[in-house]
Design a protein around this ligand. Structure first.
Ligand SMILES: *Cc1c(COP(=O)(O)O)cnc(C)c1O
Length: 493
């Protein structure tokens, strides 16, 4: 049954609130607000009781899938559970009541938090310096590539090319283009990895940067990373890591130790902030000392000051005195409350906990991959890291596409995996279980995937026309784009 809109639930005179009796003199509104600014008619707000309002929004909250409702194996997106303590912390009035133009002395706590988060992330990365300004992974990529540009300008070198493997996320070449570079694609080899020999064939004095995702989007660790770094560095180029897959390596290996010069974090993925649907993110960038001068301004810095009685204490400030900086990439400080969530998560987990998260994410992905490798195609057979990529290619004969499998999963109460990405795998099904799911949940998902594979053999029409149990059935994607109708029962013109 379709949920009515709150306006359709409205009934004249019904109230959802009770205000105390007015204890100040009542004045006509136009003595307080200029008549020209007053509306002529009533606002037409819905008149609904409190219980009907609560029920309406509770029902709405269950129509869509979300991570608090069920398993969400959306590959590359790290849809781990978002601990509620994060939400508690970021709702503290000391944080929500801050004004971005407050002077430094009055927001030492917030600056200390940003500094502490930066230090923790630097430790995970094995890097010397960091910015938290960028507000998404893609924004971090752009920031980093602008830094790469500034680095070579400072050195008086003209380099205009970025090398990117064909398994990369689409944001990589997009960021390269926006930052003013030309991107050249390198093909993955038969193992799904970047081939050092191929990299050698493409590297030259024109190359500013090699952009690598590790583990890559196939969920495979680029095990030639040390050689790849050497090839890039020998040619005077830098090595960038798209850090979206950091959930596979926290506390196990540090990007800085692998020769990565700079990288971005997706705090909303790895460090547990609710995301998806365009929600706020944070995409900090860490780098080596050589690149630190080019980081966006200001950076949050710490100095020790005298606090009397021979004692010293840290003081935090915004360092604007950075002549080689690429400048601001966002107003004020970036998405501060996302940082509060990430900081809370890191402090709750501790270093050991972060490592355990990565280890368990890897075990979960391999568990799912091995359980399904006979029912679906597995293009790359080796162990995966935190996610695995299967394919629905074998169902082509039945006329069933990966999209149909994804839709059928919705009928069983699961969010669909990522599909058709990475683009080098036809009919790709990219599954990232994350560390927060129990074995029982994974088993239930595996059972359902097997059941769908069986359904395709026996009743393919059932799968091709799915979903059947969701509030809305199969949508016409093309029509939805060409002729969007955002109002239920409304007219589109
Ligand atoms: C998510 C993701 C990005 C982009 O990050 P956003 O925060 O969505 O901008 C880049 N690369 C990979 C591999 C990703 O999974």
């Amino acid at each position: 049954m379709l949920e009515k809109t709150i306006f359709e639930l409205s009934s004249s005179g019904r109230e959802g609130h009770a205000l105390p009796a007015c204890d100040v003199p009542v004045l006509p509104l136009d003595t307080l607000v200029p008549a020209a600014a007053l509306r002529g008619d009533l606002a037409g707000l819905p008149q609904v009781s409190e219980i009907d309002t609560v029920r309406h929004f509770v029902r709405l909250s269950t129509l869509n899938h979300h991570v608090d409702k069920g398993f969400y194996p959306l590959g590359s997106c790290t849809m781990k559970y978002n601990p509620k303590v994060n939400e508690d912390a970021c709702r503290l009035p000391g944080f929500t009541g801050l004004h971005p133009l407050q002077d430094e002395a009055s927001c030492q706590g917030a600056l200390a938090l940003m500094h502490g988060l930066g230090e923790a992330l630097r430790e995970v990365a094995g890097h010397d310096a960091i910015t938290l300004q960028p507000v998404a992974g893609a924004h971090g990529e752009l920031t980093a590539l602008m830094m790469v540009g500034a680095y070579f300008r400072k050195r008086g070198e003209k380099r205009d090319t970025i090398l990117i493997p064909d398994s990369a996320h689409g944001t990589n070449p997009a960021s390269a283009t926006i930052a003013g570079f030309r991107s050249v694609t390198i093909k993955s080899n038969g193992e799904g990895l970047l081939d050092p020999a191929d990299l050698r064939a493409h590297i030259s004095g024109q190359v500013a940067c090699v952009m690598l995702t590790n583990p890559n989007t196939l969920g495979l660790f680029e095990r030639n990373i040390v050689e790849i770094a050497r090839i890039a560095h020998d040619a005077g180029a830098l090595l960038y890591m798209d850090g979206a897959n950091l959930n596979a390596m926290m506390g196990i290996v540090r990007p800085g130790d692998m020769g990565i010069d700079l990288m971005h974090f997706n705090l909303h993925k790895t460090f547990s902030t609710p995301h998806g649907g365009g929600g706020p993110g944070a995409g900090g960038v860490s780098c080596t000392a050589a690149l630190a001068p080019f980081l966006p301004s200001p950076v949050v810095a710490e100095r020790m000051v005298d606090v009397g009685s021979n004692a010293r204490a840290p003081q935090y400030y915004l360092d604007h005195d950075r002549p080689d900086s690429i400048g601001r990439v966002h107003s004020f400080f970036g998405n501060f409350l996302v940082m509060v969530r990430a900081y809370t998560y890191i402090r709750m987990m501790g270093g050991r906990g972060l490592r355990d998260a990565s280890v368990n994410a890897i075990i979960s992905a391999n568990y799912v991959m091995r359980a399904l490798e006979n029912d679906y195609d597995l293009p790359y057979k080796t162990h995966c890291k935190h996610e695995c990529v299967l394919s629905g290619l074998r169902f082509r004969d039945q006329g069933v596409k990966t999209l149909d499998i994804a839709k059928r999963l919705l009928d069983y109460g699961f969010h669909a995996p990522t599909i058709y990405f990475p683009m080098i795998v036809p009919e790709a099904i990219m599954i990232e279980p994350t560390e927060t799911e129990s074995q029982e949940t994974l088993d239930e998902f595996i059972k359902t995937m097997k059941r769908i594979a069986q359904e395709i053999k026996e009743t393919p029409e059932l799968v091709k026309t799915a979903p059947h149990n969701t509030p809305i059935g199969r949508l016409d994607d093309v029509k939805a784009v060409k002729q969007p109708n955002l109002r239920y029962g409304g007219v589109c013109n």
